[in-house]
Write a protein that binds this ligand. Structure first.
Ligand code: ADP
Length: 163
């Protein structure tokens, strides 16, 4: 049984993340999407909101579960009995950080391997950060995120403008 972890902030989940989830779910028996609960990153959405969005967009996958986590990724992987970490690589700019992370994780826990999927070309430019910037200025985001996520993003931006 091959269980993998796909960790990230998913603040919010985009079509790029969904593409990695879809492709990985065909390769592994079970995919655990690990939602990082790290307030130091000052996420726009709470971990509960991010989990809720992911559960909605992943509801049609039969072998994908959404689980929040904090602390070390390798500890989470051990706890979930997953021997594989999946990360997406968009561009060369992702590479240095990802290389360092995967080598560090391998030092910490040699039984856990990291594998990378290169982004599908149509999503290689896409990041949660740019989607949030577009939404903050009232731009059209439906081509970047699933409908349910777009709705929550618009509501969140309205609420932020009110405070
Ligand atoms: P983190 O804060 O850990 O970078 P993200 O939520 O930004 O988390 O991303 C989680 C993972 O998804 C990372 O491996 C990242 O490279 C990948 N990813 C992000 N956006 C895309 C995209 N457009 N296409 C493919 N992979 C992506």
């Amino acid at each position: 049984m091959l269980r993998a972890i796909y960790p990230g902030s998913f603040d919010p989940v985009t079509y790029g993340h969904l593409d990695i989830m879809k492709r990985t779910s065909k390769i592994v028996d079970e995919l655990v999407v690990g939602v990082l609960n790290n307030n130091a990153k000052m996420p726009l959405f709470s971990v509960e909101e991010r989990v809720k969005m992911l559960k909605e967009v992943a509801k049609d996958f039969t072998n994908v579960v959404i689980v929040p986590f904090d602390g070390l990724l390798v500890d989470f992987a051990k706890k979930m009995e997953a021997g594989l970490i999946i990360r997406g690589l968009r561009a060369i700019t992702d590479f240095e950080y990802e290389l360092q992370m995967s080598q560090t994780n391998h030092k910490l826990e040699p039984d856990v391997e990291t594998m990378f999927l290169t982004t599908s070309i149509e999503y290689s430019y896409l990041s949660s950060t740019t989607v949030k910037e577009i939404a903050a200025f009232g731009g059209e985001i439906s081509q970047f995120v699933p409908e349910a996520v777009a709705g929550m993003l618009v509501e969140k931006m309205k609420a932020k403008r009110r405070v």
